[in-house]
Design a protein. Sequence first.
Length: 210
Amino acid sequence: MDTDKIYSILVPVIRPAVRRTGAQRRRMFDAMRPPTARVVFLGDSITEHGWWDELFPELPTVNRGIGGETTSDLLERLDDAIQSPLAVSLLIGTNDLHGPRRGRDISGIAQRTEHIVRRIRQRAPEAPLLLNSVLPRTGFAARIKQLNEHYRRIAADNGAVYVDLWPTFADQNENLRREYTKDNLHLLPAGYLAWAQVLRPHLAPVATDQ
């Protein structure tokens, strides 16, 4: 299956609807007071669909995921999303892989992600920052693994924690495990439970302080 070709056909068709929904969610965020003293979950639809307050009942959380977002999109709204957080979990980059061709370059995605990490560090130097690896995805494994190596370095260079999700989520063919997804991209509830289990040890110190 040529996944890249499928997405090249499908994404332009659905992108306008995704953009409209994302813009509506951004307007909602703009109308609200920026959250403070929360664990902020930042990212695209994979983050947006997570029920973080139920996954982490011991923590004050806020969901700032927006479906369809790329690294460039997140950079545009980052300052409003980060206001004195207790901690930040960041998962971004998968939409860049099938976005406009000029944005698909792995080094460019990594560079924009590093800008995001540095700006979070500037705004919240004491808050734990968890940089999650991009999840496995059918047809994109080689490129994602290359991108994740950049993420590992970015975390090390900027005082963040690299959270490697591949051992938990990748099957023997380097696709998302079937029990965690229906569409080889988004997560089922079992996937979110597994992700939370990976994140929990990194967020435990924050919970202890509450």
